[in-house]
Ligand binder design. Structure first.
Ligand code: HEM
Length: 491
């Protein structure tokens, strides 16, 4: 632990507030793009296919990027004020890089109509695309800027932690595996941050290779790369980024929940083994996205299924068990913050289970590229990490325990949760009825009832998105005022 000075606390609080306000503005905008997509699929809104795909690309990249960025910023605050000294200037530098990358992406999608989807499936953006070539180039540059920002940000945090705790060996808790108790205790947030950010750094490097190859292709159209290699690189990057975002949220739940339950949630052999397991398996689980790629070596498909099972089980099971131990008979007050953590854990477990189902090869043959896929990742993002983020934001905004027990945001929170479960349920039902993903509408599908069912479910989903927005803006009523009010920092 470190003792941050009041100046350091104020500087950190200001930086994290800037990040938080930016997140609170961008999040409903990105949800609105999702609403427009569901309305188009439900045939109640007439926008062109090119607009749909531009919105889908901006929504997917935007959500993944915004959530990783705010999760990183939350940890930058918690680590920088409690566990290791971080350079506040680096924090602002990352913020401005992320802002530049985001503006570039918005221009490329909304003006240039770049619509290749989040993973820019090579060579799709360069072959017969119906958007301007400059939009492809600008999107690639935007992603490079974002990737550089996240890489520097992650390296800075891991470097500061290893300076404070001695070595990577200690950061990963390996000194807990011997017979003797380590002299210096390792906070769980530090272990989980390391086990998440190191694979993230590797995935950013893979993403950099992918993006530079794409940039070369943009400038020299006669080049031809191996599409399977590029698909592996981009899925390693994207899949790891989303998983790591989830784990960063889990990291602060380990740190903050004990303040409510008044029970320690420390590191021991089991916690070390589980997060070390996740550290390894998280890097191989993405193979489950390539089952349909017949040219991929068969062994990697099996590796993908096993890694998906193993990456989900240790950290999830150990964390869920820890959460139960934290809450059981704890006599704490059920205020908004522990509530967001509890329901967020449920969202992570439900979405994670649906992901494991889909990563099972025999089931994936049926569910592949149906709405089941957006169903599972929307569950653990919208009802998992997003709730953890709101838990953190309320923690940040409410300066003392009296405020933290404020019952007002409860209505907004439950409205959000009901809307979000209804919204993802329509995706699951779509998947079970063979409604394909990434279709701007289902009009041309002649098989069975897919067209009718897909459009109906999309219409109902749009209503639930409206409920989500009502819940969100109700929570904003409590959050914005408190966040903008000059106040003492939490420490
Ligand atoms: C209420 C909130 C949200 C709504 C209404 C929404 C809506 C949608 C819709 C309609 C699609 C297209 C599905 C398809 O037909 O394939 C989609 C895709 C996607 N969404 Fe969301 N979403 C929401 C929240 C989120 C969140 C929190 C994330 C966080 C990562 C996210 C990430 C994505 C991604 C990565 C895609 C895939 C884009 C692609 O295929 O290129 N969404 N979303």
């Amino acid at each position: 632990m470190i003792q941050a000075s009041s100046l350091e606390l104020r500087q950190h609080k200001k930086l994290v507030t800037v990040w938080s306000i930016t997140f609170l503005i961008l999040f409903p905008v990105l949800i609105t793009f999702g609403l427009l997509m569901r309305m188009k699929q439900g045939e109640v809104l007439n926008i062109g296919h090119d607009t749909f795909y531009a919105l889908m690309t901006l929504h997917g990249l935007g959500m993944a990027g915004v959530l990783f960025s705010i999760a990183w910023a939350a940890l930058f605050y918690l680590i920088g004020t409690r566990y290791a000294r971080l350079n506040i200037k680096v924090g602002y530098f990352i913020y401005f890089l992320v802002l530049i990358g985001t503006v570039e992406l918005v221009i490329a999608s909304l003006i240039g109509k770049f619509g290749a989807g989040w993973y820019l499936l090579y060579p799709l953006p360069f072959k017969g695309a119906n958007w301007a070539s400059w939009a492809t180039g600008l999107s690639i540059i935007a992603l490079i800027v974002l990737g550089v920002a996240w890489l520097i940000g992650s390296l800075h945090v891991v470097y500061a932690l290893s300076n404070k705790y001695g070595s990577f060996y200690k950061l990963m808790g390996w000194n807990y595996l011997g017979k003797k108790e380590p002299e210096q205790k390792l906070p769980s947030i530090v272990l989980i941050t390391t086990a998440s950010l190191v694979p993230a750094i590797l995935s950013f490097l893979a993403g950099a290779v992918f993006l530079v190859m794409n940039l070369m292709q943009q400038f020299e159209p006669t080049l031809a790369f191996d599409p399977l290699l590029l698909k592996n690189l981009v899925f390693f990057f994207g899949h790891t980024l989303v998983n790591v975002t989830m784990y960063l949220g889990v990291a602060w739940v380990y740190a903050l929940l004990p303040e409510y339950t008044k029970r320690e949630w420390g590191v021991n052999k089991v916690v070390v083994l589980s997060w070390n397991g996740t550290f390894i398996f998280i890097m191989f689980a993405y193979f489950h996205h390539l089952y349909m790629d017949f040219a991929q070596p068969l062994g990697l498909h099996y590796a993908g299924q096993l890694a998906s099972y193993f990456s989900a089980i240790p950290a999830t099971v150990v964390t869920m068990f820890g959460v139960i131990v934290q809450f059981y008979h704890s006599k704490m007050k059920w205020s908004i913050i522990p509530m967001t953590f509890l329901i967020g854990m449920a969202g992570w477990a439900i979405g994670g289970f649906a992901a494991v189902v889909d990563s099972t090869i025999s089931i994936n043959k049926i569910l592949h590229n149906t709405l089941w896929v957006p169903a599972h990742f929307h569950t653990y993002m919208l009802l998992g990490i997003v709730l953890f983020i709101f838990g953190f934001l309320f923690y940040l905004a409410y300066c003392n325990s009296e405020e933290r027990n404020d019952p007002k945001p409860g209505f907004g929170f439950w409205t959000f949760v009901v809307g979000a479960f209804g919204f993802v349920l329509m995706f699951y039902l779509g998947g079970m009825n063979s409604v394909p993903r990434r279709y701007s509408d289902y009009v041309a599908i002649e098989s069975g009832n897919v067209h009718h069912t897909g459009a109906l479910l999309a219409k109902i989903a749009a209503v639930f998105v409206g409920i989500i927005l009502i819940g969100l803006f109700t929570m904003y009523g409590s959050l914005f005022v408190k966040l903008l009010k000059p106040s003492k920092a939490n420490s």
